[in-house]
Design a binder for this molecule. Structure first.
Ligand SMILES: *[C@@H]1O[C@H](CO)[C@@H](O)[C@H](O)[C@H]1NC(C)=O
Ligand SMILES: *[C@@H]1O[C@H](CO)[C@@H](O)[C@H](O)[C@H]1NC(C)=O
Ligand SMILES: *[C@@H]1O[C@H](CO)[C@@H](O)[C@H](O)[C@H]1NC(C)=O
Ligand SMILES: *[C@@H]1O[C@H](CO)[C@@H](O)[C@H](O)[C@H]1NC(C)=O
Ligand SMILES: *[C@@H]1O[C@H](CO)[C@@H](O)[C@H](O)[C@H]1NC(C)=O
Ligand SMILES: *[C@@H]1O[C@H](CO)[C@@H](O)[C@H](O)[C@H]1NC(C)=O
Ligand SMILES: *[C@@H]1O[C@H](CO)[C@@H](O)[C@H](O)[C@H]1NC(C)=O
Ligand SMILES: *[C@@H]1O[C@H](CO)[C@@H](O)[C@H](O)[C@H]1NC(C)=O
Ligand SMILES: *[C@@H]1O[C@H](CO)[C@@H](O)[C@H](O)[C@H]1NC(C)=O
Length: 469
């Protein structure tokens, strides 16, 4: 129903000086990234869940959202003006490696070598990249924490490197041209500017330096249709280009894809993705999808998302509306056809509240259900992931994007789909709670008091929030 490339989702107006209310720079808030390195036990889903104070913060935050929106609704039109359509959004790759293959959800016996263990599980090392569910933090650069004064433009409680340490392996973000520099901005740089793409990539690179056995995927939204070379320069400047993975360019391999309807698209899909261990051994551990770019031989590791990935719908406002139907790219006829052709399925799983016809905010009230690993809870993350698995001929989502990944925690569902018992993770609360400011355990991330305060403050601010994909 909407333009395929448009990822603009919502607009929120408030009155006030955004620049003050929303300081730039993602880090802020105190906690050192001191990972204590404690491990997750099997089924220890409560650990990360305790992070952010579970239920209370969800409901309070939601209330804050609603209040803010209500009080400021008069200025919507102005905001809408600013809400230009951006290019499309989140996705990342992965998919089933061979169309006819059976389930890959099966638990593998531990054949892996602990000395080469990937943090999430040694069992994953021997699996192909496209035979793994990579849990992703949607809009991972846009954080609701002290650094943004708990901005409602934030979709996560913890930043990207904290997320990686918690097991997240897919990071999405919107990239805008701000005065000639690529900045991570949410809808507009006046709303929330999380700093430059280069400096964010430096932080991701630092984490990857420290964690040499980890494979990371980025999904960047090219909101201002910048040339691929501009992105390439940021990747080179941050040195993260050294980790860039370039797929072998065999067009969709062998068996699949003689099938009919999707034939018009010229894609670079392949079923020949390497195993994580192969990527680790070659030290090409970063997979980067950008929506959208024209691929360039100068920066071959910058991949046009729509040549590799398809996505389910992302503008979902009711938990009963989650479905596994292909939404983008529109050139493909169906999810099953896309999977047969070697596209990696991305399941968007975040819920919005519609404030007005054009405005949406993350539904924080529902987050504990939305991110739940309860396989019999309709609307929950695990339930919907299995729905897709069934609908997609026993192919699990290769990529999943969620808001507030620490709730649930969402990573539990990835573990379920991957059939692993995780090791080597740091819970988000542990990694940031040591200082007074950044720890959600002590202060309550997005809790009621903070939210009310912020809502009140925001009511005096002017601001535009677009929840994008
Ligand atoms: C996340 O926060 C930690 C602790 O403040 C900081 O060391 C790290 O660089 C931040 N990462 C990002 C991507 O901002
Ligand atoms: C995916 O990995 C699982 C677990 O190792 C394995 O059983 C399955 O055969 C793999 N599927 C494909 C298509 O490689
Ligand atoms: C693990 O891998 C290392 C390096 O490849 C090898 O030397 C070692 O023998 C392996 N250990 C096991 C238990 O397979
Ligand atoms: C953008 O560039 C113009 C012209 O160089 C300058 O006047 C303006 O202050 C800059 N804006 C920002 C936000 O840096
Ligand atoms: C890709 O190429 C087409 C055709 O040359 C051009 O219209 C479009 O702007 C390019 N897109 C980007 C993001 O460079
Ligand atoms: C990138 O690597 C070069 C060469 O090793 C080094 O001089 C430079 O400081 C690095 N830049 C960053 C941002 O790490
Ligand atoms: C899937 O969900 C999207 C978003 O709610 C909706 O637009 C679309 O019609 C749904 N598709 C099906 C087949 O239910
Ligand atoms: C899972 O969800 C179902 C359906 O809502 C519910 O009946 C059941 O109690 C839940 N299980 C757990 C462990 O919460
Ligand atoms: C993750 O693996 C790296 C080696 O790649 C190791 O140094 C690090 O301690 C592990 N992290 C945790 C939290 O165990």
């Amino acid at each position: 129903m909407r333009s395929i490339t448009s990822s603009l989702l919502s607009v929120v107006l408030c009155l006030a000086a955004l620049a003050q209310a929303i300081p730039q720079g993602p880090s802020g808030g105190g906690g050192g990234g001191d990972s204590s390195g404690s491990t997750f036990g099997p089924g220890s889903s409560s650990q990360d869940g305790s992070d952010a104070g579970s239920g209370t913060d969800g409901s309070s935050s939601g209330g804050g959202d609603t209040t803010m929106a209500t009080t400021t609704s008069s200025s919507w039109d102005a905001a809408a003006t600013a809400a230009t359509t951006a290019s499309s959004a989140a996705a990342s790759s992965s998919s089933s490696s061979s169309s006819s293959s059976s389930s890959y959800v099966a638990v593998s016996s531990s054949t892996a070598n602990a000395s080469v263990a990937c943090n999430n599980s040694a069992d994953l090392c021997t699996r192909q990249y496209n035979n793994i569910t990579h849990m992703g933090a949607h809009d991972s650069a846009f954080v609701r924490d002290a650094s943004t004064d708990n901005s409602v433009a934030g979709n996560q409680y913890y930043n990207a490197t904290v997320a990686l340490s918690a097991g997240i392996r897919l990071l999405s973000a919107q990239v805008h041209n701000s005065n000639g520099t690529l900045e991570l901005c949410h809808t507009t740089c006046a709303l929330l500017d999380a700093g430059s793409l280069t400096s964010w990539l430096e932080k991701i690179k630092y984490w990857m330096d420290e964690n040499p056995n980890e494979v990371v995927t980025l999904l960047l939204v090219n909101s201002d249709d910048e040339d691929v070379d501009v992105f390439g320069e940021a990747f080179v400047a941050s040195n993260i280009s050294t980790y860039g993975y370039t797929p072998t360019t065999s067009t969709s391999s062998s068996s699949s894809s003689s099938s009919s309807s999707w034939s018009s698209s010229s894609s670079a899909t392949t079923n020949d993705w390497p195993t994580l261990q192969e990527m680790i051994s070659a030290d090409t551990r970063l997979v980067t999808f950008i929506a959208a770019i024209n691929a360039s031989t100068t920066y071959p590791y910058l991949l046009n998302e729509w040549d590799y990935v398809f996505e389910t719908a992302y503008e979902v406002t009711s938990s009963t509306e989650f479905n596994c139907t292909l939404d983008r790219p529109s050139t493909l006829s169906s999810a099953t056809a896309a999977i047969e052709a070697g596209y990696l399925p991305l399941m968007n799983h975040f819920l919005y509240i519609s404030i007005t016809a054009d405005a949406m905010l993350p539904n924080v009230d529902a987050i504990s259900v939305t991110n739940s690993d309860n396989t019999t809870q309709p609307g929950g993350l695990a339930y919907e992931a299995y729905e897709c698995y069934d609908e997609w001929s026993s192919t699990a989502p290769v990529f999943v994007l969620v808001d507030f990944y620490s709730k649930g925690p969402a990573i539990d569902t990835a573990d379920l789909m991957n059939g692993i018992t995780p090791t080597g993770r740091t819970t988000s609360a542990q990694s940031v709670s040591s200082s007074s400011d950044g720890g959600c355990r002590s202060r309550g991330c997005g809790n009621g008091a903070a939210w009310v305060r912020h809502a009140q403050l925001a009511a005096f601010s002017v601001f535009v929030l677009l929840v994008l994909v």
